[in-house]
Write a protein that binds this ligand. Structure first.
Ligand code: CP
Length: 309
């Protein structure tokens, strides 16, 4: 049951809730595509606090609330809020709770959303906390896989790129690991998934560490490619060593399974060649578009919870 809940980690979402979100997101996708309007959130307000840059998460949350008939109030940069004057997350969220029915927060500090949820009287959704987690991204990633394969289990999934700092893969591996999936971790050595994340996983037997992209190219069903997070490096010399580590181009795509898909939370830099955007395996823009429908489902389940026709 999601009603009234904050989503700070993907662990806050039960497995049965995944399927409820998928079904509701499918209904909303059809409704939006048919041009029908909804009033399920009439009179409800969402506040969004984005203290780190965002295109997809912020706009898709705001689009989702508007498409449900609700309203949005927004802080798009820390410098435009009283955080710039030294206000704490606790006080910011106390205010947001009294001005809105649900809060979405992105923050550069890992754990910021957890702090916010402790001081909020309304549900808080983590829109990304530093190198921590990005649970709502995971829900739209899972939905995209479910739409393609009709399941989120018994698949071979390769997580590629920056597995150290990439918060999307931290949430995603926790979700995928609940099911019988084979997971390959493909990254430069200095960007491997941190042990403190791997140690939280219940089922490590199907996780293939230190794999090489060529070794998994012909068996992978889902490639989940990530940007190397330049902004998180303490020493930019280390960044210089790993830029351009992976390039998903035509040559690579031609060696994949016919039915494989390529996902990416975006933004991309140079890890996916735009020349493959038209390839049938390129799913990253479908994935990003699904963000609106999945976030509509999540908002509706958290704030209302009833059935949808
Ligand atoms: N996927 C994602 O989090 O994108 P933004 O940084 O643009 O929100």
């Amino acid at each position: 049951m999601l009603k009234g809940k904050s989503i700070v980690s993907i662990d806050d979402v039960e497995t049965e809730d995944f399927y409820e979100i998928f079904h509701r997101a499918s209904i909303f996708k059809k409704t939006v595509k048919e041009g029908k309007s909804l009033e399920l959130m009439k009179g409800r307000i969402m506040s969004t606090f984005f203290f780190e840059p965002s295109t997809r998460t912020r706009l898709s949350f705001e689009s989702a609330m508007n498409r449900l008939g609700g309203s949005v109030i927004s802080v798009s940069e820390a410098k435009n809020s009283s955080a710039a004057k030294g206000e704490t997350i606790a006080d910011t969220i106390r205010m947001a709770s009294s001005y809105s029915d649900i809060v979405v927060m992105r923050h550069p500090m890992e754990g910021a959303a957890r702090v916010a949820s402790e001081f909020s009287t309304v549900p808080v959704l983590n829109g990304g906390d530093g190198s921590g987690q990005h649970p709502t991204q995971t829900l739209l990633d899972l939905f995209t896989i479910w739409e393609k394969y009709g399941k989120i289990e018994d698949l071979e999934i390769s997580l590629v790129g920056d597995l150290k700092y990439g918060r999307t893969v931290h949430s995603l591996i926790k979700a995928l690991n609940r099911f019988n999936n084979k997971i390959n971790l493909v990254s430069p050595e200095i960007l491997q998934m941190p042990d403190h994340f791997l140690n939280t996983l219940k089922n490590r037997t199907k996780i293939n560490l230190n794999s090489n992209i060529d070794e998994v190219l012909q068996t992978t069903d889902v490639f989940y490619v990530t940007r190397i997070q330049k902004e998180r490096f303490v020493d930019l010399n280390d960044y210089q060593k790993v830029i351009g580590s992976y390039s998903f181009n035509q040559e690579l795509v031609d060696r994949m399974k016919d039915n494989a898909i390529i996902m990416h939370p975006l933004p991309r830099v140079d890890e996916i060649d735009p020349k493959i955007d038209g390839n049938k395996r390129a799913y990253y823009f479908i994935e990003a578009a699904n963000g609106v429908f999945v976030r509509m489902a999540l908002i509706d389940l958290i704030l209302r919870g009833g059935k949808v026709e």
